[in-house]
Design a binder for this molecule. Structure first.
Ligand code: AMP
Length: 185
């Protein structure tokens, strides 16, 4: 991946991420990006690296998945001079929505987007902090495609390759970019 910032090794991002064992339940190694976000250098480098492949991709909207996808997606929208669309847990959006049920690494939930958030044919870049099984991102892709979005790609700070999320999205025809991969869950 190219970036306008000085080249950054993958482990530099890894070093900025805190790992918390057995959260939110036993067996899960929680990858906490709040430490990366709190570092002026790491946050900027991460956002620069995430948007770099899409600088000339005609992205009109960045769609961020609640809640950490909002932080990254807001900064990415600014960098790309694109708009931002929130994909939220059910019941949080005030206007008419469409909804999808999805499974995630540690549970099942539903998410929504405003029905009028994306005009058909709009080029949308999807983002979240981490892709594990890909259930969350798959749900978001389904919502955006139901509105007629053209998904330019999906990008995440962290990939957990053993859980297969990247392959799941690629099987849907969505290209995936990530900054750092961790073994295990
Ligand atoms: P999945 O749907 O399995 O790809 O899970 C991705 C979603 O769950 C993202 O919104 C992540 O923030 C969260 N998530 C899943 N596993 C972890 C983990 N090990 N550490 C931190 N967040 C996680």
């Amino acid at each position: 991946m190219t970036t306008s910032a000085p080249p950054v090794a993958g482990n530099r991002f890894a070093d900025a991420i805190r790992s918390i064992p057995d959260y939110p339940k036993p067996g899960i190694m929680f990858r906490d990006i709040t430490t990366l976000l709190a570092s002026p250098v790491s946050f900027r480098e991460a956002v620069d690296a995430m948007v770099a492949p899409y600088k000339d991709a005609g992205v009109a909207l960045v769609a961020g998945i609640e809640a950490r996808g909002f932080i990254l997606g807001g900064a990415m929208s600014h960098q790309l001079a694109a708009g931002f669309v929130p994909i939220r847990k059910k019941g949080k959006l005030p206007h008419e929505t469409i909804r999808v049920a999805y499974s995630l690494e540690y549970g099942v939930d539903e998410m929504e987007v405003h029905r009028d958030a994306v005009a058909p044919g709009t080029r949308v870049l999807l983002t979240d902090d981490l892709i594990a099984t890909g259930g969350t991102a798959e749900g978001a892709v389904k919502l955006l495609r139901e509105l007629g979005a053209e998904i330019v790609g999906a990008c995440f700070v962290i990939d957990l390759p053993e859980l297969g999320g990247r392959k799941r999205l690629e099987a849907m025809g969505v290209s995936v970019q990530t900054l750092v991969a961790f073994d295990g869950h």
